[in-house]
Design a binder for this molecule. Structure first.
Ligand SMILES: [Zn+2]
Length: 133
């Protein structure tokens, strides 16, 4: 099929193109890892630039580390919910209260007979209407 004198040149072109293809594949893979790391970092409340480069250089190990790290953004939301529950103690629906109770966001509370405000266990007066417990 090929003339024997051209064969080494052909082989060298083929092997060079394989190398180029491999480099492109590797670069795409590394960029995918880094982009995925960046996205997860944003979702979890970490620095997107830092985690882009960590996942760029450490690949799968960086991603595993990021997945194992605590979700700061979720923790912040939980803190805000806890604060809101304890400060206002105004929960709109029974379902919400049930979820909060199950997840131990509100623990010991008492409900006012007058206005149905949920008060912390330590309060002797209702935060909603001021009635005595
Ligand atoms: Zn009350």
């Amino acid at each position: 099929m090929f003339n024997s004198t051209y064969e080494p040149l052909f082989t060298s072109i083929v092997s060079r193109s394989i190398n180029v293809v491999l480099c492109i594949v590797l670069l795409v893979y590394v960029l995918c890892n880094a982009s995925l790391g960046r996205w997860v970092a944003i979702k979890k409340g970490y620095s997107s630039i830092a985690w882009f480069w960590i996942c760029f250089f450490f690949g799968l190990f960086g991603l595993i580390a990021l997945c194992a790290a605590p979700n700061k953004s979720l923790e912040r939301t939980l803190r805000e919910i806890r604060a809101a529950v304890f400060e206002n103690a105004n929960i709109t629906s029974g379902r919400e209260e049930e979820i909060l109770r199950k997840n131990q966001i509100i623990r010991k509370t008492w409900i006012c007979h007058e206005c149905e405000t949920i008060n912390p266990e330590s309060a002797s007066f209702c935060k909603g209407c001021g009635k005595y417990r």
